[in-house]
Design a protein around this ligand. Structure first.
Ligand SMILES: *[C@@H]1O[C@H](CO)[C@@H](O)[C@H](O)[C@H]1NC(C)=O
Ligand SMILES: *[C@@H]1O[C@H](CO)[C@@H](O)[C@H](O)[C@H]1NC(C)=O
Length: 310
């Protein structure tokens, strides 16, 4: 009977050991999964909360990001930066002489086709990365040598809906990018995957309670930029972005919507128009209030105008 008990005990500890090994393996798989949206599935019954979303996502140097893949090789984006300065395209950039300070930053991010040439004193010279809307791709392709030519190692990250970005030959913007990658083989062009696009929509819903599509709005390039920056940058400095109450502030500074489009509609007028558009608008003001919330759990600072974050 003692012999039998011994065998039984041995079996029990074997089962226990296997269980521990299996659980550890699962933990390893979860931790090393390179898909950020993997985190959205409940892990060990933990439910999703917006607070948990980015802050618990470990910041890892040079971790390949499967949400962004290169054209034409489909390789994930590998990027890491201690400090990213994000230069807004807003007219707020004008006359602040932030250029030298921006240029001291190890990584400089810009959006769409916002130029540095001719505005160096206010926006800086270098461009490490550009987040580009599908609608701005034709604008870049008007100056392909400037944007994609040799000697330019700027990384381009393009976002857009599937209908324009599909890879089966029917995605009109994807086709343009594939052509550009063929003409400029050194150009570093990445596209946002469909999964990542859905993730960005889902973050909007979690943060605002509104369904992006049902509420008839489009996310802004700023939204995609900040979500990417939170995964890639240890610290983020944002220049020229106004906060959610700016346009209601007495005597606010009236500036053009884009610094490179003098004489265009006033920024606040444009924001209010978008915020109330029944469809097809960007919810810039709503997005800014979400950014303020993220700045509480992330190393994000706002300059020109500064944000007072408690
Ligand atoms: C590369 O192009 C960007 C425009 O995205 C420009 O700001 C930058 O100065 C260019 N860099 C070089 C080295 O030509
Ligand atoms: C928002 O911007 C306005 C105008 O610059 C400023 O007065 C206000 O303090 C800012 N609010 C926060 C929370 O930063």
């Amino acid at each position: 009977a003692l012999w039998l008990w011994g065998l039984h005990h041995y079996k029990k500890s074997l089962i226990a050991t296997s269980l521990i090994v299996a659980v550890s393996l699962f933990v390893v798989v979860v931790n090393y999964s390179e898909k950020p949206y993997f985190l959205l599935q409940p892990v060990f019954g933990q439910t999703f909360s917006s607070h948990w979303m980015f802050s618990k996502q470990p910041y890892k140097a040079f971790k390949p990001h499967l949400g962004y893949v290169s054209i034409p090789k489909q390789e994930p984006l590998k990027l890491h930066c201690e400090l990213c300065s994000i230069v807004s395209s807003s007219g707020q950039m004008l006359g602040q002489a932030a250029g030298p300070q921006i240029d001291r930053s190890p990584c400089i991010w810009r959006m769409n086709n916002a130029p540095s040439r001719g505005f160096e004193h206010d926006v800086g010279q270098r461009t490490t990365l550009r987040v580009v809307s599908h609608t701005s791709v034709p604008l870049l392709l008007q100056k392909p040598q400037y944007f994609f030519g040799q000697g330019n190692d700027t990384i381009y990250v393009v976002w857009g809906p599937l209908r324009n970005m599909r890879k089966d030959g029917k995605g009109i913007v994807y086709n343009m990018l594939r052509q550009a990658a063929e003409n400029y083989p050194h150009a570093r062009i990445y596209v946002t995957t469909e999964d990542r696009m859905n993730y960005c929509d889902m973050v909007f819903k979690k943060e605002t309670g509104k369904d992006r599509i049902q509420s008839g709005s489009y996310l802004s390039t700023g939204w995609f930029t900040l979500i990417l920056a939170m995964d890639m940058c240890k610290e983020i400095h944002i220049y020229g972005m106004i906060n959610d109450t700016y346009c209601k502030t007495e005597g606010y500074r009236k500036v053009p919507y884009h610094y490179y489009e003098a004489g265009s509609r006033d920024e606040c007028a444009e924001y209010l128009l978008h915020e109330s558009a029944p469809y097809g608008g960007h919810r810039f003001i709503t997005e800014k209030s979400v950014f303020a919330k993220w700045a509480k759990t992330h190393a994000i600072k706002f300059f020109n105008p500064p944000w007072q974050l408690s």
